[in-house]
Ligand binder design. Structure first.
Ligand code: ADP
Length: 218
């Protein structure tokens, strides 16, 4: 795997979680926050941590962020977040992922060139609700607003059947991309793969198709 370098600007709850998770996974992470105390706390959880005001253009340029693969803007203050995102795109950062605190903030971030806008609170609310109403729904990743990768606990109607028998792609336009069985993962399972009780089935499809499949298969 090529070395991937990430920078996270703003080390509040969200930024800290992003930085720490990437660092624990072995990636190189630069953390930036204006608050000295936060920067000190983050020293063990990132490759480098810098105390700086990211809205200061000179400071931002001096960080060499152009060479990073992804820069995450995790500042909740709308004005600072917009300004930093704009400057990062001007500097030529390839991929900027920005956190939005409201729909309006998100629209502005998108308009000024953020490559991806995330809404942590809204998305977590959706996720918690999804998990509460469906016993089989374990987790999901949004691929686009309409398409998701979803982890499902294999339901009664699936168990003991092969993918060929289930015909999920024909019936629901949903594709099984992996089957998790305890600690093992069968990636891209073939048509003869049989679903066992307690399997976790990972599927990709449109949200509407996945919902229809869940309703029919229970
Ligand atoms: P969360 O909801 O994820 O905790 P916050 O918006 O409360 O997010 O936290 C944002 C973080 O960004 C704070 O730690 C704050 O010190 C930092 N921050 C705010 N403005 C700047 C800035 N101009 N430059 C760098 N860091 C900043």
């Amino acid at each position: 795997m090529p070395v991937r370098e990430f920078a996270v600007i703003g080390l509040g709850r969200f930024g800290r979680a992003v930085a720490t998770t990437l660092y624990d996974m072995g990636f190189s992470v630069l953390g930036v926050d204006v608050d000295e105390e936060i920067v000190q706390e983050m020293v063990p959880h990132a490759t480098h941590v810098v105390a700086a005001d990211a809205t200061d253009e000179e400071v931002l340029r001096s960080l060499g962020l152009r060479n990073f693969d992804v820069v995450v803007v995790a500042i909740g203050d709308v004005e600072a977040s917009v300004l930093v995102t704009l400057m990062l795109k001007e500097i030529g950062v390839r991929r900027v992922v920005a956190k939005a605190v409201s729909e309006h903030h998100g629209r502005v971030l998108q308009r000024i060139g953020a490559d991806r806008v995330v809404f942590p609170e809204r998305d977590m609310g959706t996720r918690v609700a999804q998990r509460m109403v469906s016993a089989h729904f374990l987790d999901y990743i949004e691929v686009s607003p309409d398409v998701s990768v979803v982890e499902l606990q294999a339901g009664g109607d699936m168990v003991g059947k092969s993918l060929e028998q289930l015909r999920l792609r024909n019936r629901f336009r949903v594709t099984v991309i992996a089957i998790r069985r305890g600690d093992d993962v069968v990636v891209s399972p073939g048509a003869s793969a049989v679903i066992e009780a307690r399997d976790v089935v990972v599927v990709i499809g449109s949200n509407a198709d996945i919902r229809r499949m869940q309703e029919e298969l229970g």
